[in-house]
Design a protein around this ligand. Structure first.
Ligand SMILES: Nc1ncnc2c1ncn2[C@@H]1O[C@H](COP(=O)(O)OP(=O)(O)OP(=O)(O)O)[C@@H](O)[C@H]1O
Ligand SMILES: [Mg+2]
Length: 499
């Protein structure tokens, strides 16, 4: 369970105090607003839990006075099971970060705490690295997409602890004399991006060359890597310089190293140990000065156990591996929005729409956050580009988020047709509209904005599907358990046009 250093509880209720005890290493209680303010001034809390029984106006009064002592510290209002959406909206309007409707929402607190922790982690990182990070001299300045100057200089988007740890490790490894360097991560997680970051940090003005070990036959790969002398094999009618030599004092990226034929693995190991090599058919030793970076989307340990990868080479590579977390891992959830907005801002797929499609609706972001991302960041980038191409308004709504069905079936291993089993477009549309209405407390303008449709369209759809306020709430209660599944993006029929 996640925890924070200090939580202030403004409540007389022991249940709320106990809740805070579960998540805070130090919990400060106040049963009136004057005491609460005094505590806030001195305790420097990470989170404040505020009992709704003090009512929204008291909250406002407290918020106004406490705000100057709080550096963006979230205040979460705690209501009870009977509190309605209006009260929740009122607290949020007054500045509450969120409103928990009693026990049934207590689980949300864990998510809120994770967000706070990641935020604290990012701020620590920025504070600690501002002066020592690279000042790239380029036009790329640190902005809201990056965790610090280093991240900006190598274009690595993300503020989660997972990304920050990767950046820290990349910096440590690049500034050491570590060679070879191993980068492990699923497809599309940014292995090449990190390899280029290492190169930029270590020797930016030297050559960067890359070879995909899965793309060539054993013989071709060998002569690609080492080069060959004229006449060394049929067809070798000219001398060839290999990539190891071309990389010179720069970087050679061996992509998909797990696919390298086993004989060639032995030859590579020799290069790593002796720092010299010979061209195919050659007799002269050539010095290897390059930084060798190997990347793999397979677990190399498993490959060793299956006798597909040499154990000695694995140990030689695995000194300080850099591991990239998949986008679906819970600690990277906050990166999804950031990456989506970054790709929206920087995509060149449709220059005429560059400044026209400006943002994503909340529903679209939620849908992105729920997807599994088997293709990781590359897949997310593709989804955003597809959405930009199709978008006709200034905002990408849920209907613009079209996941490639083949990518979904790849991860689940199930046939594509399974995706739409038990679903009709109408059912999905009705449920989405109901949910948007419920989440906005039936404020139709907000609901329409969430869905990325006009109010008029929303009215027409509400009428068409006969969605009623009470039936909607009732339905949502009975559906609560299945909602997660029903609204997961991979279970939606594609495309879902709700305009
Ligand atoms: N954190 C990130 N910030 C910005 N862009 C990213 C990030 N991670 C990945 N990308 C982008 O996603 C795409 C895929 O990244 P990259 O090619 O480095 O992945 P990979 O792990 O090498 O994939 P593969 O295993 O398929 O070769 C690239 O366009 C890259 O720029
Ligand atoms: Mg790659």
């Amino acid at each position: 369970m996640s925890s924070l250093k200090k939580i202030v509880v403004v409540s007389r209720d022991t249940e709320i105090q106990c809740l805070a005890q579960q998540y805070g290493r130090e919990v400060f209680g106040a049963d009136n607003l004057t005491d609460a303010l005094d505590i806030v001034k001195t305790a420097d809390p990470d989170l404040i839990l505020f009992d709704h029984r003090f009512n929204p106006n008291h909250f406002r009064e407290f918020f106004d006075k406490a705000d100057k002592y709080l550096d963006d510290v979230p205040i979460v209002a705690i209501g009870d099971e009977d509190s309605d959406n209006e009260l929740s909206d009122e607290f949020k309007k007054m500045g509450a970060y969120d409103y928990l409707q009693g026990r049934r929402d207590y689980g949300k607190l864990e998510q809120i705490i994770n967000v706070i922790k990641n935020h604290l982690c990012a701020s620590d990182y920025q504070a600690g690295h501002k002066t020592e990070c690279l000042t790239s001299g380029s036009e790329v300045n640190t902005n809201r997409f990056f965790a610090g100057n280093l991240a900006a200089s190598v274009s690595i988007v993300g503020k989660s602890c997972a990304v920050i740890n990767t950046l820290k490790m990349t910096k440590i490894v690049a500034e050491s004399r570590c060679n070879p360097i191993l980068i492990i991560g699923e497809t599309g997680t940014g292995k090449e991006l990190v390899a280029r970051a290492i190169h930029t940090l270590r020797h930016p003005n030297e050559p960067f060359v890359a070879v995909n070990c899965a793309a060539l036959t054993a013989n071709l790969l060998e002569s690609e890597l080492f080069g060959h002398v004229k006449g060394s094999f049929t067809g070798a009618d000219r001398e060839k310089t290999g990539l190891l030599e071309l990389a010179s004092t720069g970087t050679l990226l061996l992509d998909e190293i797990s696919e390298m034929p086993i004989d060639l693995q032995a030859k590579l190991l020799r290069v790593l140990q002796e720092k010299t090599f010979r061209k195919v058919g050659g007799i002269r030793n050539i010095e290897c000065k390059a930084t060798i970076v190997a990347s793999s989307n397979r677990n190399l340990n498993n490959e060793v156990l299956a006798n597909r990868f040499r154990r000695d080479l694995y140990y030689r590579l695995n000194v300080s591996p850099i591991t990239l977390a998949p986008l679906r891992s819970p600690e990277r959830k906050e990166d999804i929005r950031l990456l989506a907005e970054y790709f929206l801002k920087t995509s060149t797929i449709c220059p005429e729409k560059r400044d026209k499609v400006k943002s994503l609706t909340q529903m679209a972001i939620e849908a992105l956050e729920k997807h599994d991302w088997p293709g990781n960041v590359r897949e997310l980038s593709n989804v955003i580009e597809r959405a930009i191409l199709l978008e006709t308004t200034d905002k990408i709504g849920l209907s613009g988020i079209i996941i490639d069905p083949t990518e979904c079936s790849w991860v689940s291993g199930s046939p594509t047709t399974n995706l739409i089993t038990g679903f009709s477009l109408a059912k999905a549309e009705r449920e989405l509209i109901s949910r948007a209405l419920q989440e906005t407390g039936w404020q139709k303008t907000r609901a329409a904005a969430l869905l990325g449709i006009t109010r008029a369209t929303l009215y027409a759809k509400v009428k068409q599907y006969q969605i009623e306020k009470d039936s909607c709430v009732e339905k949502n209660l009975t559906d609560a358990k299945t909602r997660q599944k029903d609204f997961s993006i991979s279970s939606m029929p594609r495309p879902v046009a709700i305009r």
